[in-house]
Design a binder for this molecule. Sequence first.
Ligand code: TYM
Length: 325
Amino acid sequence: MLSGIAATGKLHVGNYVGAMRTWATLQDSYDNYFFIADLHALTIPEAVRPDALRQRTREIPALYIASGIDPARSTIFLQSHVPAHAVLAWIFDCLTPVGWLARMTQYKSKSQSSSPSAGLFTYPCLQASDILLYQPRFVPVGEDQRQHIEITRDIAERFNAMFGELFTIPDPWIPTDGARIMGLDDPTEKMSKSTAEVRSGHAIGLLDPLETIRKSILRAVTDSRTAVDREDLSPAVNNLLTLYQVLSDSTRDQTLERFHGKGYGVLKRELADVASEVIGSIQGRFKEITADPAYIDGVLADGARRAAAVADVTLDRAKRLIGLT
Ligand code: TYM
């Protein structure tokens, strides 16, 4: 199993319930690779702040561990520490038709800015390389990454067909609930790291002060009614119910039963309590982990060695097949 998070901003509860939480639950059943996509953080150069990037590349692995990912059972590493990612990405750049990349919804939405970089356009080839180097069966991600896993499968099949069978075709592993958490301030928009940078009250940051988290939840947008009606849920209320469900480890039915007929204020207060409990304990562990700065450096150095040992073998096989040796 393999997955990663781009080092583009502060991690939020969507990243936790859509991705990290699944990784932690599944880690005992697989051989796991979880990385921090720091090269992916460069695709919008105007947004790159070197000091912040340096800080995130240590903060994110500490959050992985604080969320229950065990470095003894899962390899945790930085993408830029394993050069094979960039080399295979170039091979994929040369193999991937421009038309496939132009169809990517993420490129279409992010390239609205003045002058999109070439890296933003070829980003899916780097992501395919991140994945295929480790030959995973599953890639646990939120719903927004489905298209990226699909193009990864297409690139793998194209390589296998043109140069010989090498890559395992991976499947996405998308949770049934919590795969698409929406913004608290606008239930029509996905909760996102970049929006959280410019709009307070949009996201629940995993490292936000608990008081801020409580306030954002109590101020979350709902709808013109006042009480939960399980037969007729607006997107905003549905989002709050989903968050409650996943953070409290309840089923959908238990959650609907609990809140049916109750006022939105009750739902928000109970969600604020459970969010504070879960995120508070992640923050407690984060503090312990980061108390010794050398600890994360050690985890990343060990992770890079373990990851490179696997990635280099796959890259070598790809180079031989394509005639680069
Ligand atoms: P990124 O950093 O945007 O998101 C990291 C993970 O969090 C999930 N996620 C969400 N889940 C539920 N609700 C949300 N609002 C929400 N927002 C984000 C994402 O689906 C993802 O699983 N391109 C990737 C990083 C990447 C990667 C990879 C992932 C690079 N290489 C290889 C998997 C495998 C990205 O930008 O995710």
